[in-house]
Design a protein around this ligand. Sequence first.
Ligand SMILES: [Zn+2]
Length: 337
Amino acid sequence: MAELRRDPYADRWTLFASERANRPRDAARSPATPTTPKEDCPFCRGSEEKTPPEIDRIGGADDRPSWRVRVVANKFPAVSVDALTEGGGSLFGFMAGGGRHEVIVDSFDHHRGLADLPDDHSVQVLSMLQRRVRALFEISSVRAVSPFKNHGAPAGASIEHSHLQVIATPALPANLAIERRIAERYYCENGHSLAEETGRWELGQGTRIVEAGDSGALVYCPFASRFPYQTTIAPWPPQNSFAVSPPEAIAAAGAAFARSLRRIKNLLGDPPLNAFFHIETRPEAAESPSAHCWRIEIIPRLTVLAGLELGSGMHIHEALPERAAESLRAADARNPS
Ligand SMILES: [Zn+2]
């Protein structure tokens, strides 16, 4: 039976239409991780001179390309670093400059992404992301930092070598603004965070849980998942500010992120996917900093967005998160040797 479910983080509905599961469709798809060598890849070890100057790195001496994680400015930035100028009015406002667009090359190997590297590598990647988020919030014009991953060309990756992107903007993106408002209101009315309530409720129900928080991270397929196999990873108990979360929380979420990517890869045959880091906007700008908690969302791209999604904002698909979580729990998440 078709069912509408509400996502409390964004006050948004998803329509689960299970009868549509048997529709004919073209299932052919190639794995998103590159399998053939790429001669001129700027993100491979030994090609460091092909990227803009390095901003930060983990591992490797300056003169020896043995780094593990590397950060560079985006060669084709979506936002400019010039001084912020803004104008217009509240209705047709505009902004230019005042941002940053960085790339975290999160793998040193062209043929291995975070799913193919040991968990401790993802932990280093998240530590680096935390360093960059701290640095970006030092820039006075930055109001929001949006870290994300595009894996595979259908998910928007223009370079196939595994990487994350971080865009810092002087404007607050719409989804983050909505989530911030809802989180503030929930905290004021209830005295605890929406993330805590959601985590407790999911643990109580159990059916959508992939990892129950024993490792320090909670992994689940959200009740109103907008996409099939959508997976949330959050430190447990919840953490407010990503920028100042303790190393244990970063480590737990980083390892759970790697395991989740591995489960999806092994279960679904390495589909294209996106990941988005819902971190805090400027912490001091929040009325109640305790209202806001960070989480990582993985969105496998198994469906295309069509008229209903783009027009109404209501997503439609047939994959109930209870079934997705059951399959993901059974999928192989073991560390690669
Ligand atoms: Zn490469």
